[in-house]
Design a protein. Sequence first.
Length: 150
Amino acid sequence: MTPLPISSPLRRRLVIAAGLALCAILLTAAGPIMGGRGPRPETPGARKAAEAGIARAIDSLCRVYAIDARLARSWSATAAGEPTGRIEEKIPVDHGFRSLEFNHALAAGIAPFGAGVVATERSKENSVTMHVVRGGATIRSLWFVPDAGR
């Protein structure tokens, strides 16, 4: 019994697949050789500068959206009695507060500092929480609650 000949298009695909596999192996091996050791750890000074920039962006947006920062309550979050490094804020807003607009503006304002926003909504309470995430960790949580007195 003789094996069937491989068709020209199939042979071409096999050669391309083998070439791509070889390139992937070479690039994987070349990373450590060429000095690629992955992301460098962040220095405490760089982290503090980024967090200060994020705080400025949030304060600036609060002024733009006429949110009285003096009414906000702020605390450091804890887990099992230990600080988590996250700051939580409960911020009273009027019923006309446009959370989606604020969310987009916040995302744009903190993007230069390597941060993003993830928001959750509690329909029953009519509140929105925006979590500022940087480096895979939530560093600030802004809880916007409608204020009955406003």
